[in-house]
Every structure is written in C-alpha cells, then in structure tokens.
Design a protein around this ligand. Structure first.
Ligand code: PMP
Ligand code: GLU
Length: 398
C-alpha cells in the first residue's frame, strides 16, 4: 500500500524520544527528559499579547504563502544590519517553521542524484529531507580534534562533480559548537573554487551564543561574495521560545525564494498571520530578553558541565551556544551495567532511561556514536538532579 518513499522514511528520533519520555511521565514515572531541543521558558508575554490583539482584529485568514510583507521586510533588514548583506523582501520566504523551510529549500534546488554535503554530527532531519528530495546525503564525519566542525581539507575532499550543496549549522545541533570567523573564511576559500555549489546556512541558534556579541559569526560576513549562492535559514522557535507557533524563514537568491514560495503555496499555504505578527514583534523588540535567556542558559550550562565533568568516564565537549551538551561517553562504552554490556551510546541511553529515568538522545541519531545529546533547556534543579542520576548510573559500571 505504501509508497517507496513512505516505506523508507523514519520518524524524527528527537521527537520520538521526547514523546516516549512524556508517555513514561504520564504513566507516573519521575522521568527527567533531556531530549527535545525546545526552550523551557514561555514565549515572552508581550509577544503573546500581540498575537491575541492580531486575532481579535480579524487577522485569522490566509496570508501570502511567502509570508506577510512587514515580516519579510524586517527579516531582510535584520540580516542586513547584523551581517552587512544586501537582502530585500524578495529574498525572504516565511513558512511553517524552519523545518518546513529547510524541506522546501531542498525541494527547490535538489535534483535526483545531487549530492549534499552534511557535516556529522548533524541535526537528525537533514539527511532524511535530502533523501526525500531524491538527493544523496554525503555525511562527512567531523571529529573531536576539529571540535566536530567541518575543516577546509575535509570539505575539499568531499566535493565531487555531483555536489550541489554544502550544509552548515552554527551553533550546531547537537554539539553546540560555533564556527569562528576565521574557520568560516577558510571554508569560504574552498567554496570560492567551486562556483556551482550552493550553501545552506542553518542559523536557527545564532542568537543563543555565549560570546560578547550575542551573535554567532556568519559565513556571509566572512565572505560576502557567497551571498548569491547561499540560503540562510532562521526562525522564531529557539531564540524567542516560539516552537509551537511554527514560524521559520529563509533568505536567499530571488529565484530560489520564488520556487520555495510555489512549493509552499501548493503544500502548507502559509504560516498563520497572527503567529507572523507576533514573530515580527519578537524580532524587533525582544533583544534584551533574548540576551537575558542566554545568560541563564550560560550559567546553567556551566553548572551542569561542572557536575558532569566530575563523573569518571564521561566528559562534556564544552558548548559555545544553543542548549545542548554533547557528552562524550566513550569512556563508559564497553563497560557493564548490572551484567549487561553497554556496546553503544544507544545502549547507554536505553539503560539510563530504564534504570534512572533520565531520557537523552544517543549520538548515532546524529551520525556519531560514543556521545549523548543532553538538552539542558529545563529547570536548573531538574538538570542538576539528572546529573546526580547519571553519576549514580556511572558509579555502578564495572
Ligand atoms: N534546524 C535545527 C538545527 C533545529 O535544531 C531545528 C529544531 N527543530 C530546526 C532547524 C527547526 O526548527 P523549527 O521548525 O521549530 O523552526
Ligand atoms: N530541533 C529540536 C531537536 O533537535 C526539535 C525536535 C525536532 O524538530 O526534531 O530536538
């Protein structure tokens, strides 16, 4: 009955694991979920007020498939101010979350057989989306030495005649690593030698960074000439804690944006108008609030990291942004827990959930075994309690 496409598609492991943790909780278990990447604070109240007012004033109908004009304009101005780009509203498309925007972007530019270079560890949905566009995900393993980031050498050696696109995500989900300006410059030097390759820069966490500037360095600052072949993706979900509002956007070449718009108009129609009005407000008026959230995340990250690093056999790969801890568990893989050998990070994650009720996402979901992703977007108290449970777990290994 099912299409080949449907037979092969896997559900998002991050969403599935989060659902599993919720189920266990509903059954009365004291689960601490470090699974889903979703801020724990509420959408800022004045943003909610804007949406309510918008609904009350009748903004409850279809709006343009590429987004409301005021938001498109504001998104273009936002990037131009931050990164000295040259975007206008025709370079911007808004739709139902960055996830669908990514999906539409792949659909707009990938032909069957086109290769897309995806640095690993990667966010779970990239390879599936590329496959659904009939492209070929080329997963390039980036190791601890390069802080799990793509190097110019790796990039150069992964490029073939079929390479259509290279994906970058900084800060990274799942590692929280951030590319520096000089690392981006070095990657840009390679890309300059290959003028037909497009870049997709997933910037969804770029305000959630622990540097002075409160903004991650961007490829287009490092190399403005790549603007004509780069698609930037961003949205309201993470920085403004608006995951359920489903508003994401892309900035890119006019023809790509136009094609994405057609795709959007034939699939989801539009993101809701009042969500877009609220996102517009958030984008323009909440910089101080985002900074305050980042400060909380930074302190929480430090406390949890200190606690985790004190446990024998595991090690935090110090994140520079987002709200994930990329926990190195190579030191406990191969050990036994209550007579059961932990062969992989999936075994570690499963046992942690079964015996300590701590839900994490194993590294293989992100293309790299030997690690767990811990989302610390939860209360500090529960986060610290999770660390105690992990310590208890590790103390029983032999
Ligand atoms: N990119 C990355 C790297 C993410 O972690 C997420 C989170 N789901 C998204 C894109 C999509 O975000 P959303 O659809 O909620 O805007
Ligand atoms: N990006 C989040 C995560 O990685 C949300 C879940 C998802 O969209 O897969 O947990």
């Amino acid at each position: 009955m099912l299409s080949r496409r449907a037979k092969n598609i896997q559900p998002s492991p991050t969403l599935s694991l989060a659902a599993k943790a919720k189920e266990l909780k509903a059954e009365g278990n004291d689960v601490i979920s470090l699974t889903v990447g979703e801020p724990d604070w509420n959408t800022f109240p004045e943003v909610v007020d804007v949406a309510i007012e918008s609904m009350k004033s009748g903004n409850t109908k279809y709006v343009p498939p590429v987004g409301i004009p005021a938001l498109r304009k504001a998104i273009a101005e936002d990037y131009n101010t931050k990164f000295s780009t040259n975007y206008s509203d025709v370079n911007v498309s808004v739709s139902t979350g960055a996830k669908f925007i990514l999906f539409a972007a792949f659909q707009a530019v990938i032909d069957p057989g086109d290769e897309v270079i995806i640095p690993s560890p990667f966010w779970v949905s990239y390879p599936e989306m590329v496959t659904l566009a009939e492209g070929v995900p080329v997963v390039v393993k980036c190791d601890k030495e390069s802080r799990f980031k793509m190097t110019p050498q790796l990039l150069e050696s992964s490029i073939t005649e079929k390479t259509k696109m290279v994906l970058l995500n900084s800060p990274s989900n799942p590692t929280g690593m951030v590319y520096s300006q000089s690392e981006l410059k070095a990657l840009a030097e390679v890309l300059k030698k290959h003028p037909n390759i497009l870049v997709l820069s997933d910037d969804i966490y770029n305000l959630l960074v622990f540097n002075e500037r409160g903004l991650a360095p961007h490829l287009l600052e490092a190399c403005p000439e790549l603007e004509s072949r780069t698609i930037c993706v961003n949205g309201a979900s993470k920085a403004y804690s608006m995951t359920g509002w489903r508003v994401g956007w892309a900035l890119g070449p006019k023809e790509v944006i136009k094609a994405m718009g057609s795709y959007q108009s034939q699939s989801v129609s539009c993101a809701s108008g009042f969500s877009q009005e609220a996102s517009l407000y958030a984008l323009k008026n909440t910089e101080d609030k985002v900074r305050a959230s980042v400060e909380v995340l930074k302190q929480r990250k430090q406390k949890l990291s200190d606690k985790l690093n004190a446990i024998d056999g595991i090690e935090v790969e110090e994140p520079e942004g987002a709200f994930y801890i990329w926990l190195n568990v190579l030191g406990i893989q191969g050990k036994s827990y209550k007579g059961k050998k932990l062969e992989s990070s999936s075994d570690v994650a499963k046992q942690l959930l079964d015996d300590e009720m701590v839900a994490t996402v194993p590294g293989d979901a992100f293309g790299l075994d030997g690690y767990l992703r811990l989302s610390y977007a939860l209360s500090e108290e529960r986060g610290l309690e999770a660390c105690d449970r992990i310590a208890n777990f590790c103390s029983q290994l032999s």
